[in-house]
Design a protein around this ligand. Structure first.
Ligand code: FAD
Length: 447
């Protein structure tokens, strides 16, 4: 380790977002990059802790002390090799991961300025692509084959691991392209889709076959494979079954997000099917990542205003509880690039009904609630407070999460992973679970 005390004198420096006036008019990635010198300086802040909490906190078991050290010393290729040992696609997590490793960084506890692992990861990977030292592997084939159903991060990771072990891998997806929610959920301003295309080209060059537009019935899996990976995600969004739900202008978040990504990819959507916020007062129901992606998308489409409401209480901001020095993540108040772009945020609001005119939504009736603890430690109970109020809205986006699928009892050669197995979660968890499923399939096939 080159500079063990760097963290005492060097502050955390984030690359930050493109200026607001610039980024709000396009769907290009909002995040900027540091120059190489500053990036290496940031890497020097890593303390190489004896017990690296970052490694423990990362679902993939990433090893930031090792690759930050290589980065600090200027050995970008070694940094990529170390990173790629645990992470199949660091160009995805380097862009969209909430970086659980940074939340667990010891510098977070003492200085509230953790290392910049996520940005370091992205820089190391982009350097690897730019310098062309990502090798195309030609695995020796072992005569066995695996079908992967679902080309999201979990399926892609499982496919990559199994392909590298010599299995003939075919990935089936009902969409017209690979990536799952990376492509048809997460907006381009967080993850440009050329980043996915680049990786898919590599996977194809290494021998993986992709079959698109195939909606597989998991109860009747394609024949002729020795094992199957089910990585079909959580296709069912949570709905809001209240009066007025049928009004025009009330949409599930993904109707807008997936369509916008398709439009940017060149899809021709007829005017009557277009979900567009131009000139509208938008109400986003749901305070998570999907909700914030709706906000950023609505801004870029030219909305008049955005309000985001959440039924749960406002979470604490950072380390707001002096009695508890540990990071409060994931329940800290998160301000995303989309929130910076303008949004009224409110908490403790339950939505009672949508009202409209001529079949189109014009407002939502909401009511403030409190959450009361119950004596036996059970779930807090929601209680209404005061009178309902009206929020004007001519577009409503429901971003309230996804329902965890119930998987049937599969045969012993079928392995379920990612959101399909665990419910809606994170890209990094989906990838980690794809690795787990691939290892289990490999063990099964080698019995
Ligand atoms: P998915 O990505 O959902 O992929 C499943 C794939 O299976 C899809 O391609 C689908 O078409 C295919 N499929 C489904 N059924 C079938 C079938 N029967 N036959 C063939 N194919 C099928 N996570 C983060 O870490 N950071 C973020 O910033 C972030 N932002 C998000 C924003 C939004 C709007 C959403 C919705 C989610 C976000 N997430 C984020 C969560 C993350 O995207 C998911 O946890 C992750 O993509 C799950 O990966 P997966 O491979 O399990 O499933």
């Amino acid at each position: 380790m080159g500079n063990p005390k760097a963290f005492l004198t060097i502050h955390r420096q984030e690359a930050g977002y493109r200026p607001l006036h610039d980024r709000i008019h396009d769907f290009g990635e909002v995040e900027q990059t540091l120059n190489e010198k500053d990036r290496r300086t940031q890497a020097s802040r890593c303390m190489d802790c004896g017990v690296a909490f970052c490694h423990w906190a990362c679902p993939l078991g990433n090893k930031p002390p090792e690759w930050n050290d290589a980065l600090y010393k200027g050995d970008w290729e070694l940094a990529y090799r170390l990173l790629n040992e645990t992470n199949d696609f660091p160009e995805f997590t380097g862009r969209v991961c909430p970086a659980l490793c940074e939340k667990a960084c010891v510098l977070n506890l003492t200085h509230h300025e953790p290392t910049t692992n996520r940005e370091d990861e992205c820089a190391i990977t982009e350097h690897a692509f730019a310098e062309n030292y990502i090798r195309i592997h030609s695995p020796k084939r072992n005569g066995k084959s695996v079908a992967v159903i679902g080309a999201g991060p979990a399926g892609l990771t499982a496919a990559n691991r199994l392909n590298l072990k010599g299995y003939a891998v075919t990935v089936f997806d009902r969409n017209e392209n690979a990536g799952g929610l990376l492509r048809y959920g997460i907006p381009n301003f967080k993850l440009n889709k050329t980043i996915i295309d680049r990786r898919i080209s590599l996977l194809e060059a290494e021998g993986i076959t992709f079959r698109y537009g195939e909606d597989i019935d998991v109860m009747s899996l394609p024949e002729g494979f020795d094992a199957y990976i089910i990585a079909t995600g959580t296709p069912t969004a949570r709905n809001l079954d209240i009066p007025g739900r049928e009004l025009k202008g009330v949409h599930l978040a993904l109707e807008m997000l997936a369509q916008q990504n398709r439009v940017l990819a060149g899809a021709d959507i007829s005017k009557d099917k277009l979900v567009n916020a131009r000139g509208k007062d938008v109400l986003v129901i749901g305070g998570g990542d999907t909700g914030s992606d709706c906000i950023g998308t609505a801004h870029r489409q030219g909305c008049r205003s955005v309000t985001q409401i959440e039924i749960m209480p406002k979470p604490p901001v950072g380390h707001s509880d002096p009695a508890n020095p540990w990071p409060a993540y994931p329940r800290t108040l998160k301000t995303t690039s989309s929130h910076e772009e303008g949004c009224t945020r409110r908490w403790n609001l339950n939505t009672l009904r949508f009202t409209g005119k001529d079949g189109k939504v014009t407002a939502a009736e909401v009511q403030e609630v409190t959450w009361e603890s119950v004596a036996d430690g059970g779930r807090p109970v929601m209680k209404p407070v005061g009178e309902p109020e009206t929020i004007k809205a001519d577009m409503v986006l429901l971003a309230m999460g996804f329902i965890k699928p119930v998987q049937p009892q599969f045969a012993e050669n079928v392995f379920v992973c990612g959101d399909a197995a665990n419910g809606a979660s994170l890209v990094v968890r989906a990838m980690a679970d794809g690795r787990r499923a691939a290892a289990e399939a490999d063990r099964y096939l080698k019995r």
